[in-house]
Design a protein around this ligand. Structure first.
Ligand SMILES: [Zn+2]
Length: 325
């Protein structure tokens, strides 16, 4: 019997799944991502979660043939570690992943990817339409892409390809990104950034009516979407978000010529009509090359975990023809 494992290491949640030889999930486990104090504590949390998933599946960790990991970055890919992750406490400087998991499962078949790359691997493996050219884009607390081009999953130097949320969409750089630079796509359109973008729009045109709680420290992106259709500023903001998102997505399309663009991440998943449908409408007017099919992942919040499992099954490619059994 052949078994596979997938791990989704996010800034908030840590999940693992075990699948049998035809890819059916037979064990899962979920924990909060340890907040340190050190990176080793996070590594131990990953190993514990993987052991629990094996326990749930009724197998020993050593029976696993291959594992895939979809993780927050950035990476030292040669060392198989996460280095200085932005959304975890500063005391966490290095999270070793590949080596400790190889040891746990007694196999050298461990594939580490950033979470959006795991997303495109999962989409390529599972989607009904899975061409050799496809892109997965997450719009969540951040924005990023996983790219499959000519059948190759693009990892880039140290596994950091696809950081499209840090491309500049505003040359005036009016908002500063979490990374410290100005004018980045993610600084306007990510879930974390939307409240500041809406405040900026309100300052630019104080004549726009609104009941949005702009001054409330608890004002979130969710409020903006909930006020859709009932509030002039919310509607204007959703329209502007669509425009800026469409610029970002068009840049990705012109860069990689995908046939399918698949969206995930909480902002896209929870607001398909207000976010994804509007990107689709605008992109067709912005793209000079082939306009790809624009869709939402069928896997919801599981897309990274499913991608990590698919990576284990296909040696990191998501190419179904390489599914080993
Ligand atoms: Zn940035």
């Amino acid at each position: 019997m052949v078994y596979y494992a997938g791990v989704d290491l996010g800034a908030t949640n840590l999940r693992a799944a075990v699948a049998d030889d035809d890819g059916t999930t037979i064990g899962v486990s979920r924990n909060a991502t340890p907040r340190g104090p050190t990176g080793i504590d996070v590594t131990e949390g990953v190993l514990r979660t993987l052991r629990e998933a094996c326990g749930d599946a009724g197998i020993e960790p050593e029976s696993i043939d291959a594992a895939g990991i979809g993780s927050i970055g950035p990476f030292d890919l040669a060392e198989g570690a996460v280095i200085d992750p932005a959304n975890l406490p500063d005391s966490i400087d290095r999270i070793p992943l590949t080596g400790p998991i190889e040891k746990l499962i007694d196999s050298e078949e461990v594939h580490l990817h950033n979470d959006t790359t795991a997303g495109v691997i999962g989409e390529r493996f599972h989607a009904d339409r899975n061409p050799a050219d496809m892109v997965y884009i997450t719009i969540s607390s951040g924005i990023g892409a996983g790219v499959c081009c000519d059948g190759e999953i693009l990892d880039g130097w140290d596994g950091n390809a696809g950081e499209v949320g840090h491309t500049v969409v505003d040359p005036r750089g009016r908002l500063t990104c979490g990374c410290g630079h100005d004018g980045h796509w993610e600084a306007y359109c990510s879930g974390n950034a939307i409240p500041d973008f809406v405040r900026l729009l309100a300052e630019d045109d104080p004549t726009i009516d609104t009941d949005l709680p702009l001054e409330d420290p608890d004002f979130t992106a969710k409020d903006v979407f909930e006020f859709a259709g009932e509030d002039e500023l919310a509607d204007y903001a959703i329209d502007q978000l669509a425009h800026w998102n469409a610029i970002g997505v068009s840049n990705v399309i012109h860069s990689f010529a995908p046939i399918v663009v698949s969206f995930g991440g909480a902002v896209a998943l929870h607001n398909e009509d207000l976010v994804v449908d509007r990107i689709r409408q605008r992109v067709s007017e912005m793209v000079m090359a082939n306009v790809p099919e624009i869709r939402v992942t069928d896997h919801g919040d599981d897309v990274v975990l499913e991608g990590a499992l698919a990576s284990a099954m296909t040696e990191g490619t998501g190419d179904r023809s390489r599914f080993k059994r």
